[in-house]
Design a protein around this ligand. Structure first.
Ligand code: PMT
Length: 313
């Protein structure tokens, strides 16, 4: 048994998982003949320390990259499976921060609250996009909290999309835990502080990109992200990931500068994408530039695959 297979040897949480699988199947079948489909993963996974979870190990990711990218994929005509951490940043809704919303409201005659003219003008195009996407049912929301939830859904979504290769795309922006506590070692109930200092041993999670590329989703266009904090090792690590997993594109980013620049790494080539001063002033989001670039590469990939298939026939 491969190391990653052990992770799937126990059953997923019943109910929610079966429902998600049915939704995935229906969504992919409905859209596959009409538009390309992208799986966007977003936000961080948690690793529970207790089965009845009070405490867990988490990471920094808020899901901004995934939520913003989802909007731009929708603009590009894709149907999007948005696999996100529960309560992380959400597409469309992210423009309406609750605190800001209170400042954006004013009292009308008769006591009714309405958006100020300025805010209404800002929100209107977002509301229109949201309503269009909702009407076309082009966005499937699936959520996870724990690493385990995420991995089960990642596998299910990839297997569904594999049937629609090469016009399906994976865009793996979630920050996935590299460490976990095996089920058998997790305390059933809240760990008591009266027992003294806590020592926890976290096991390594097998890199799921390996089965994802070669077993669950061969033929799909796979884009992964590589996060580092040390700029000196980013390109080297991104290139190593590309060679190891043999997928299509790695997008390298540094924790400190991830909102302004990323590097797109393919076999033998790396391309820095950085927002210009003008773009920053115009509030252009880097996800817009990234998604346009990924879509363009995906279109080339589809053309090449179709050509190869025609030549082979
Ligand atoms: O959410 P934001 O605040 O906007 O931040 C966005 C981001 C920085 C989280 C995003 O741009 C990003 O870099 N996401 C990937 C972070 C990450 O997990 O990097 P990594 O170097 O640990 O993993 C590299 C790849 O391996 C990832 O695509 C991941 O899907 C994959 N992986 C990770 C762990 C694991 N056990 N198996 C995997 O296959």
């Amino acid at each position: 048994m491969e190391e990653w297979e052990q992770y799937f040897s126990k059953n997923p949480a019943p109910g929610a998982y079966a429902l998600a699988c049915a939704q995935l199947k229906e969504f992919c079948e409905r859209h596959a003949n009409y538009c390309p489909i992208v799986l966007v993963t977003s936000g961080g996974t948690t690793v529970p320390l207790e089965r009845n979870t009070v405490r867990f190990v988490d990471n920094f990711s808020a899901g901004t990259r995934g939520a913003a990218s989802t909007e731009y994929f929708l603009d590009e005509g894709y149907a999007v499976i948005f696999l996100h951490r529960d309560k992380s940043v959400a597409p469309f809704m992210r423009h309406l921060h609750p605190g800001v919303l209170l400042d954006a409201l004013e009292e009308q005659e008769g006591g009714r609250l309405a958006l100020t003219q300025q805010h209404s003008a800002q929100v209107h195009p977002i509301w229109q996009s949201y309503q269009r996407v909702k009407k076309e049912k082009r966005l499937l929301w699936l959520n996870f909290t724990t690493l385990s939830d995420y991995l089960w859904l990642l596998r299910a979504a990839t297997q569904c999309l594999q049937q629609h290769a090469p016009s399906s795309l994976l865009y793996l922006a979630a920050a996935v835990s590299d460490f976990y506590i095996p089920q058998d070692n997790i305390s059933e109930h809240k760990i008591q502080s009266s027992s003294g200092p806590l020592t926890v041993t976290l096991e390594l999670v097998p890199k799921m990109l390996s089965p994802l590329v070669s077993i669950w989703g061969p033929g799909l266009f796979v884009t992964s992200f590589k996060l580092e904090t040390d700029g000196g090792m980013l390109i080297e690590k991104a290139t190593a990931a590309l060679r190891r997993y043999k997928h299509n594109l790695v997008i390298g980013n540094l924790l400190q500068t991830r909102r302004e620049e990323v590097t797109l790494v393919t076999e033998g080539n790396s391309c820095l994408v950085r927002l210009s001063e003008q773009q920053k002033q115009d509030n252009v989001e880097i996800e817009k530039v990234i998604v346009q670039e990924v879509c363009s590469r995906h279109r080339n990939f589809i053309s090449r695959q179709l050509q190869e298939n025609n030549t082979a026939q």
